[in-house]
Design a protein around this ligand. Structure first.
Ligand SMILES: [Zn+2]
Length: 252
């Protein structure tokens, strides 16, 4: 079954005679996540979620998705992008990658793509508007997996933004082999000195080296796999429904 829906493990022989309703593109980053989570966290989580949701979409709704290999190139804040091996990817680079994926899929007859974003610094809205201008018959939907379901009912941390209790718990559930909580810093963070920015009256990227000492924002120490499992179990039906409804339906 995975060969039918997960392109990372698939082969042409497994897909060539199947009809696909929608392509799913997990899009992450390559960046430090506190001291304890992998650089690839923002790729790993949406990819596993996408494969699980695509499995449900096929079984329960008869909608066939192909989950593309995750894109590991994200937009990074100052103070984060100068840390070892963190890769800042410019808007133009991300857009060029997305255009090439859309043109390839479009040429093959595909007309629907869902970007499942795993990195808070990524924003595809204007790219999607530009592509709707150039390819009006190609539908692109963006979804941030971490924004769909509030963590409030699942996690104790009040501030839980980057590599904190939520993301760590989800990783401990999905890929426990990649998490060593003993390495984690406490994710303590520093607000702006400009109150209006903290009140979100205005926005500028946080200077990550001033905002946090361990690159985390949010304390991961109370994370565990059970919390991650509860959260993902409630999240999956929502994402599966998005895949199925987009895959099956017309926009209007
Ligand atoms: Zn992350």
């Amino acid at each position: 079954m995975n060969k039918e829906i997960d392109l990372s493990v698939s082969c042409y022989g497994a897909v060539k005679d199947l009809h696909y309703d929608v392509a799913i593109l997990p899009w992450g980053s390559t960046e430090p996540h506190n001291f304890h989570l992998p650089y690839s966290t923002d790729c790993i989580i949406p990819q596993i979620i996408a494969v699980k949701a695509a499995t449900i979409a096929l079984k329960e709704f008869g909608v066939r998705c192909m989950v593309m290999p995750p894109i590991p190139l994200g937009s990074q804040n100052p103070g984060q992008h100068n840390l070892s091996f963190c890769i800042h990817t410019r808007y133009e680079t991300q857009y060029a990658i997305l255009v090439d994926i859309v043109v390839s899929l479009h040429n093959q007859g595909m007309r629907k793509l869902i970007i499942l974003n795993g990195h808070g610094g990524n924003n595809f809205k204007n790219m999607i508007r530009d592509l709707a201008f150039n390819y009006p018959d190609f539908l692109i939907v963006e979804s941030d997996w971490f924004s769909i379901l509030s963590g409030k009912n699942y996690f104790e941390a009040i501030i839980d933004d980057h590599a904190g209790e939520l993301e760590t718990s989800v990783m401990m559930y999905l890929r426990p082999d990649l998490v060593d909580l003993n390495m984690a810093g406490n994710g303590e963070s520093q607000p702006f000195a400009i109150a209006a920015l903290n009140e979100k009256i205005g926005w500028t990227p946080r200077r990550w080296d001033h905002a946090t000492k361990d690159t985390g924002v949010g304390n991961p120490k109370k994370a565990n796999a059970n919390k991650g499992e509860k959260y993902i179990t409630d999240l999956l039906p929502k994402i599966a429904r998005l895949f199925a409804e987009v895959g099956k339906g017309e926009l209007y």
